[in-house]
Write a protein that binds this ligand. Sequence first.
Ligand SMILES: Cc1ncc(COP(=O)(O)O)c(C=O)c1O
Length: 286
Amino acid sequence: MDNKREQYVILNGQLILKKDANISVFSRSMFFDFAVYDSMKVVKGRAFFPRFHAERLLESARLINMRHNLTVEKIESAIDLLIEKNHLENAMIRFLLLGPENDQEEAKLYMFSVGLTFYNDSAYRQGVKAITFHGERHIPQAKSKDLLINYLGFREATENGALDALLIDHDGQIREGTRTNFFAVREGKIYTAPLTQVLEGITRKIVVDLARNNDIEVIEKAPLFDELDSFEEFFFTSTSMNVMPISDIDGTIKKHAPGPITKKIMDLYKEYYNENIFGKIETKED
Ligand SMILES: Cc1ncc(COP(=O)(O)O)c(C=O)c1O
């Protein structure tokens, strides 16, 4: 992505230059991580599910009891403005909402664009590697800026040639990846952690509805690390990956990927976004 496509940032609905989007080291909201964020993709100039992302940002703020004057409509207008002013074709838009510094101040919503990660076709055809990592997020339903576990897990994954780390919680359950929701399949049924334990990924939400509408049972129960080998298929979902099959966990659990249920979900999701985002336009993704 060239600089021109990142030159503007939106702060509470107003365009500012990237060079002016700075946060002081004295900021209490940064220091205490009193902040929430979201990430939304733009492909071929079209925003992927902007309303869901705007609603989720406000839900994350509610979960940490943050005062603000935002509305879904204001966020949606800011998305349109950023796409227009930064001439976005393929990009990730990040929303960073910093809590008010004191009783007189407003919360600050920064919106900016960064490059979009694309994954090779071979990843979707053959599956990818994941590793496991001990840790769990606090306030798991919120996309809060308290991201150290996510960072450490993801760094270890990258160092080991894996696409993400699966976080093992204090009960030995695998609830989620560091930036992904996690699904396992056994005897035709899909298992994934319940919404009391994880972020409601927008891809997760769509995938669960699609599965149920297509007579695939979804059981909201996080797989235990110790029973992973009893599952036949695994996959991640996320905004940047869509539905990504997993063929290898820790180099010890290896499965043919994508298995039949994963493939069906990949196809249903692709059909869903092609219809809902692009109308009849076809994309080359997964
Ligand atoms: C912890 C966590 N779980 C799941 C997801 C996937 O959510 P989505 O499908 O909305 O990208 C993310 C995305 O950033 C995440 O940070």
